[in-house]
Design a protein around this ligand. Structure first.
Ligand code: GCV
Length: 716
């Protein structure tokens, strides 16, 4: 009896925690184990009725069948005639049943990509309709319906409408043609250029499915530090193969355009955007691209930044460069995403000011099919930055958001950092340019200034690692990009909640603690890396680990000392009127709050101010003591995450449990490293002791100085 009990408990546990390698991401369709709910679903779903045979509708149908079969644990019948409790999916064009339902008004509201999921009555029968105006919308609706089941929602009276708030929802791959990935921490590029176009890796399809499941509708295949070769016939054939594989999933392909391509490929003497021959070269090149890929999306361009060629090489402006490409892609319906990430060592001004200085005067000078793509903050994807001052400053230009999913400065793929709170912090920030409520979100979704074009991009964290992103929790950042671009009003908590349920389990004993870890993780990372507004104090080149002492990089603005400005009086970058006056780039209401050391939010204190070591913080501690406190809270909080995770062993499969456990052990070590190295180094200026209650660094500053990482990943 006892033995039988143990055996069945074991079998049950084995069932619950069978090995998983993370490849399925959040698209796991394991049978629902809440028996009551399962019965309810089984009673509500008798089969599916799915007319229409386009590649996108076929993909949607296949997903619905597979998803339902997995989740419900039974064979799903594709019905010719619908019956009671059928799921009927389609557009008014593909399905007579959908056309016959009274959905006209909702469909109008849903627009091009939106969908409706609703219970309805047709021919005296109860059905669940998944309806859209387009095939892609049906696909999004199918994924959403499956998400409802995966997250155990009640579908008995389902009635919802959903449509994207942002038009271009795009992954930016910084993938090189040799398959290395700039700032990639999850292995090599998933694009196997050598085997393309002949070999279509199943991963490409799963990549497209995963993107479509969260509404991502575009992918830039190549690094912004671009290689012109991708525009040659040989590579365009490969790009075409990828575009063909992604098309059924509603995903358009974009490429990065190296500005000097007319010289490198076309053997022209110049790449001057105002030169007629150059313009003609691009037109012909674009025609060629569209002959391979009729729905090619357009170009993403990094120009005159970090050594990339651009229009300024010919004394032309960014607008001249962008407009030339925009003109070439315009007849085909293409767009240009022109990056605002520019800064120059030759410019003696504060790096945080340079993008604004260069781009603000160009407002109104870009063609209609150009978006300017702006990073969330003015420096470079730091653990915490204030919002970029360009948001709100270019009312006549659609500004596109660029987030970084790959955690270049955020512990790479070693640290558990859920980025949604960081993205939300930026989006919810008020630019005040049109009075209170002029949030960054309204700038990028186009509603603040009435732009039709809108976009959100994320630098991909995807590689050929079996689980795609290296750290199992890094998958949540990919997921977040799609969900937030679709609906930026979703909260970080909602997104975490649904991601956890789909990726692991609906068991609240797991969901709640893991959600609390995820939601706290970004602030925890800020605390042990760059608290109180510190920034850019990581190792040069590879950007791995702390190196606030670095002062020998070729460029002044690549040196951490440029950013923290620690000296015997204090620490921090004065960006007020007494310093670089970067604050002048923000609206008066923002400026007013930040320019006063006593009203500036403490999380941005050292970003905007050089502050005395003995400055009294709101906690009553001196700045130095607060710094010690923050670094220690960061380390303690990683230990708290470790404890929380260790309590999850019974709710998660062994493989992923162990992986996360090992990674948290690394994270704890690295948090200690950050704390010790930074405090020891800043102490050489503050000359204050580390308060007695805190752990003392177990190594010397020299030890930390001497650490080298010649083969750190992602560094070219
Ligand atoms: C693609 C940072 C990164 C670079 C990256 C650059 C950019 O500087 O370290 O690797 O280059 O941003 O966004 O263009």
């Amino acid at each position: 009896m006892k033995k039988a009990f143990f055996l069945s408990t074991y079998l049950l546990l084995a069932l619950i925690t069978h090995a998983e390698n993370g490849y399925q991401l959040w698209l796991r369709y394991n049978t629902i184990n809440d028996k009551q709910l399962l019965n309810q679903y089984l009673n509500s779903i008798s089969g599916i009725q799915f007319d229409g045979k386009t590649p996108t509708l076929n993909a949607a149908k296949e997903e619905l069948i597979n998803g339902l079969q997995g989740l419900l644990g039974k064979k799903i019948i594709v019905q010719r005639e619908f019956s009671n409790n059928s799921i009927v999916a389609g557009t008014p064009a593909s399905s007579n049943i959908i056309a016959s339902l009274q959905l006209k008004q909702q469909l109008q509201e849903a627009g091009k990509e939106g969908f409706i999921i609703t219970t309805a009555k047709s021919n005296q029968k109860n059905i669940i309709a998944i309806a859209s105006n387009t095939d892609a919308g049906v696909l999004y609706g199918v994924f959403h319906f499956l998400r409802l089941l995966q997250t155990n929602q009640n579908i008995q009276h389902v009635s919802l409408i959903s449509f994207p708030k942002i038009q271009l929802r795009i992954l930016n791959h910084w993938d090189n043609l040799n398959r290395t990935v700039e700032r990639g921490y999850a292995g090599f590029s998933i694009w196997d250029w050598h085997k393309l176009p002949g070999y279509i890796d199943k991963r490409y399809i799963d990549y497209a499915r995963s993107n479509a499941s969260v509404g991502i509708n575009g992918t830039v295949l190549t690094n912004v530090n671009a290689n012109a070769l991708v525009l040659t016939k040989t590579y365009l054939e490969k790009v075409k193969a990828l575009a063909d594989a992604f098309r059924p999933y509603g995903i358009k392909v974009y490429l990065t355009a190296r500005f000097s391509s007319p010289i490198e490929l076309g053997k022209l003497k110049t790449a001057d955007p105002l030169d007629p021959e150059v313009q003609e070269w691009w037109k012909q090149k674009v025609n060629e691209i569209f002959s391979y890929i009729p729905d090619f999306g357009g170009f993403l361009v990094k120009a005159n930044s970090e050594g990339q060629p651009g229009p300024q090489n010919y004394a032309r402006t960014h607008a001249d460069g962008a407009n030339m490409l925009a003109e070439a892609v315009s007849p085909h319906g293409g767009i240009v995403m022109w990056r605002a990430f520019v800064y120059s060592n030759e410019t003696p001004d504060d790096r945080a000011k340079q993008a604004y200085n260069e781009f603000k005067p160009l407002d109104g000078k870009f063609k209609k099919n150009v978006l300017v793509q702006v990073k969330n903050g003015p420096i470079d994807f730091q653990p915490r930055e204030p919002f970029h001052p360009l948001f709100g400053a270019m009312p006549q230009t659609p500004l596109m958001m660029e987030y970084q999913l790959t955690q270049e400065y955020l512990g790479q793929s070693n640290h558990l950092v859920y980025e949604a709170p960081m993205f939300k912090e930026c989006q919810d920030a008020d630019t005040y340019v049109k009075g209170k409520g002029s949030t960054v979100a309204k700038v990028i979704d186009g509603t603040l200034e009435g732009h039709d074009l809108s976009g959100m991009a994320g630098v991909a964290n995807i590689g050929n690692d079996i689980n795609w992103t290296g750290h199992p929790f890094a998958q949540s950042n990919w997921y977040t990009l799609g969900r937030l671009a679709w609906d930026h009003t979703l909260s970080a908590e909602q997104i975490a909640d649904e991601w956890i349920k789909q990726t692991f389990t609906n068991n609240s004993r797991f969901v709640n603690p893991v959600k609390s870890m995820m939601l706290a993780s970004r602030d925890i990372m800020v605390s042990y890396m760059t608290p109180l507004g510190l920034h850019h104090i990581m190792g040069t080149g590879h950007h791995y680990g702390p190196a606030p002492w670095t002062n020998r990089s070729a460029r002044a603005d690549w040196n951490p000392i440029y950013y923290h400005k620690a000296d015997s009086s204090g620490i921090g970058f004065d960006r007020t009127a007494t310093g670089s006056n970067a604050l002048a780039q923000y609206a008066p209401a923002v400026r007013k709050q930040y320019e006063n050391v006593n009203t500036c939010p403490e999380e941005y204190l050292l970003w905007f101010h050089h502050v005395r070591w003995d400055h009294k913080m709101t906690s009553g501690r001196t700045l130095w003591d607060e710094l010690c406190y923050k670094y220690n809270v960061g380390v303690d909080s990683v230990r708290w995450m470790q404890k929380k995770w260790n309590e999850q062993k019974t709710y998660v499969d062994n493989d992923r449990f162990e992986q996360v456990k090992m990674l948290l052990t690394i994270q704890e070590k690295e948090a200690v490293w950050w704390r010790n190295a930074c405090l020891l180094y800043f102490q050489t200026y503050s000359k204050n002791p580390i308060p007695a209650q805190y752990e003392k660094p177990d190594q010397t500053l020299e030890y930390y100085h001497a650490l080298l990482f010649p083969f750190a990943p992602g560094n070219g």
